[in-house]
Design a protein around this ligand. Structure first.
Ligand code: ATP
Ligand code: MG
Length: 364
């Protein structure tokens, strides 16, 4: 277990056991008393609709005196057994407090405009109240949407907040921009001397990778567009990411980031810069990053025993790649963690086994 992750979990468990509370905002802005919000049930006439699929909370869309709100209520018992799932409501209230501070800080003016505002949150009451955002889960990728999303994500990382769960259901497209509103798995870190909230032990993970892993490459698989169209879309993403990561690198350098952090960012920038240099280089980078993202997301789904049709598509992609492109993947560093050092036959057997598991753990 990563020592930083362990320390964060222990601190959150200690806070939960302490009886201390964390409140964000003023109760006076609530359309009804906070205790009444906590007691609202889905049959109440003020509830327009509910999103009950969450494992640690349920979300109610409310309409009160003509105004629309989103109320997140903690479940009495989280349905996820792992620690991060159990503390995700506390984690979200902590992040809501961070963003409320950051939004009010002139040094960050405007950079968190796509983060949902928090009207009021009370950890012990188990409520988080936000404005209702009209829109739908992200289902399209355009430069107009990507640019502000990357701006928001790099601002989060510059401020020391790492969002791990950029899945389609956590990205809301209102027609003009992508909103972030679910911070159950967003963790703090020191961007001047750490890569992400795991410290310096996992250089693989950062904002663009998270977006690619939890959203982009799965979305591309489901779209099943011709390869040329996929590469064109990937080129747009990489060009925007390159610009935003350059800016992030400069900000961190000007604030005194360590040589280790700057060298890590320079490595990422050099890879993307090279990828954008030619069609062949772009295709090579696509191959490695798509494989990486599918491998990582397959593990997430298997770990949570919550697999979907996309999990099977991802496993099929990985098997095809291993079958036909094993030497390139091995040479490009795409075989990491449990896959490191394994030969082709053993990886193919491993993913055939994972496919069977994923078939048994289909949730929708
Ligand atoms: N401010 C908002 N405006 C509009 N819709 C929202 C808002 N907040 C949440 N939703 C809707 O409610 C759903 C669940 O919200 P959220 O992701 O915060 O809860 P969750 O318990 O983490 O759910 P899950 O475990 O499925 O991620 C979202 O996918 C989105 O459709
Ligand atoms: Mg969510």
């Amino acid at each position: 277990m990563n020592a930083l992750v362990h320390a964060r979990q222990q601190a959150q468990l200690a806070f939960a056991a302490s009886g201390a509370n964390l409140v964000v905002g003023e109760a006076s802005v609530c359309p009804m008393p906070p205790a009444a919000l906590a007691a609202l049930t889905p049959t109440d006439p003020r509830v327009v609709e509910q999103f009950g699929s969450g494992l640690t909370a349920r979300v109610l869309h409310l309409c009160i005196d003509g105004r629309h709100y989103t109320l997140k209520q903690r479940r009495p018992e989280a349905l996820v057994r792992n620690l991060d799932g159990q503390t995700s409501f506390l984690n979200e209230v902590q992040r809501r407090a961070d963003f409320t501070r950051l939004k009010a800080d002139p040094a960050w003016a405007g950079r968190f405009d796509s983060i949902v505002p928090t009207l009021y949150a009370d950890y012990r009451l188990g409520i988080i109240l936000s404005p209702w955002l009209p829109g739908a889960p992200l289902a399209r990728v355009t430069p107009d949407l990507l640019a502000p999303l990357l701006e928001t994500l790099t601002a989060c990382e510059e401020a020391g907040l790492m969002e791990w769960d950029l899945c389609p259901g956590n990205l809301l497209d209102d027609g003009e921009r992508i909103w972030l509103f679910d911070f159950g798995y967003m963790y703090p870190f020191d961007p001047l001397c750490q890569f992400n909230s795991n410290g310096v032990s996992d250089p693989l993970f950062h904002a663009c990778e998270r977006f690619e892993t939890r959203f982009f490459f799965g979305w591309l698989l489901r779209q099943a567009q011709p390869m040329a169209a996929q590469l064109a879309c990937y080129r747009q993403l990489k060009a925007l990411a390159l610009a935003h990561y350059r800016r992030k690198r400069e900000h961190l350098a000007s604030r005194g980031a360590t040589a280790e952090v700057l060298a890590w960012l320079d490595g990422i920038l050099a890879r993307w810069q090279q990828a954008l240099g030619s069609e062949a280089a772009l295709a090579a980078c696509f191959e490695l990053e798509a494989f990486r993202s599918h491998v990582l997301d397959i593990e997430d789904d298997l770990h949570g025993q919550s697999c979907t049709a996309t999990t099977l598509l991802r496993i099929d992609f990985v098997c095809q790649a291993l079958q036909h492109r094993y030497p390139a993947l091995a040479a490009g560093g795409a075989l990491f963690y449990d896959n490191a050092g394994r030969d082709q036959a053993s990886l193919l057997a491993l993913y055939a086994h994972k496919r069977q598991q994923a078939q048994g753990w289909q949730v929708g």
